[in-house]
Design a protein around this ligand. Sequence first.
Ligand code: PLP
Length: 399
Amino acid sequence: MNKEKREKLSLESKMVFYPPEPSSMSINNPIYMSSNFQYTAEIYQRVLDGERKTVNIYSRCGNPSEYKFEEQMTWIEGGDACLATASGMAAIATILFGLLKGGDHIVADWTTYSTTHEFLDHRFTDFGVETTFVDTANVDLVEKAIKPNTKVVYFETIANPTMKIPDIEAIVKMAHEKGIIVICDNTFASPYVFRPLDWGVDLVLESATKFICGHNDALGGAIIMKSEILPEDFMEQVRWSTLTKLGGALSPFNAWLLLRGIQTLHLRVERQCQNAARLAKYLDGHDKVGKVWYPGLESHPQHLIAKKLLPKFGAMLTFEVQDEPTAVRVLDSLELATFGASLGGVRTTTQVPSTMAFLDVPPEQKKQMNIRDGMIRISAGIEDADDIIADFSQAIAKI
Ligand SMILES: Cc1ncc(COP(=O)(O)O)c(C=O)c1O
């Protein structure tokens, strides 16, 4: 299929289709389990001539299994280029180190994945990069935090655990007027629910470990770009300037698993969103449950932004019980849903964000992030919704 025809395919078809590997006509991309590749005199000369992009050298610099994953991610995010990484955090560290230097400034949302927050709040400061944390649901606060040395505005499409949604359209407009790059971690949404590049975001990050993989069996990450402010070859620049230095290359086997995951992403996430909506409705009416955070509920603070940006509302939700011991009791009583870390897989998975994802974040900062001790976060799976609701019902009945 030529590029023009492929461009016109729907998102679902783009997820399923990629052309066969030409030497074998295998419809699935081979796993190139090789750390290095043989040179010929001609390849050697091409490398010397600076054509590193067109040859395979060493898998830390790139591997054909990984290239196919990058190609698919570029298609499904509607981007121009992608860099695959060993994990979501490798994508985050690679893009931030690739873009910023000492003396630069970032404006980031108060609520990002805890390890991202710690990286910005502590580790990056050691290199002279400062971050101001604000509530990105309010574009005025973002604008007020901008300084002459601000290079990046950073947020998550749906932020953990309150499922907060920034005013992405307004932020992009304001930032681009000032020449500031906008980065969005889209992990909680996945490209099926939201494609940030379509809304003018410059760089999208995905922890492919989550919805893209979908089966809790591989780590991976991706940085995808479509930008008028960044140079066309920016992703290749970052590959050589930063990814090869930090060493966070995606493994060939994980690239293969993630490619397989992409092919069912739309089916899984569609069902996961339906299940999340059913769970949110059930929990919202439960007398032993406090607040429920789900972008599809009218009570959600960014419900109107959600309706505009991501009408599927995603597969993640949070509800509140009395306190942390009660939350643990509920989760320990679940028989079908899994009590554990991570999200986005086919199984419904639950955790206590305050003491799990955000364990190392000091109490004062958790308060700023609106993280409460009795919160329970759910990543809806693809099981039968009635079975999942029955499971939560029997677990909540025990408190
Ligand atoms: C929103 C978000 N971004 C990034 C990451 C990091 O991804 P990984 O665990 O693949 O490094 C996570 C992990 O949970 C996450 O939830």
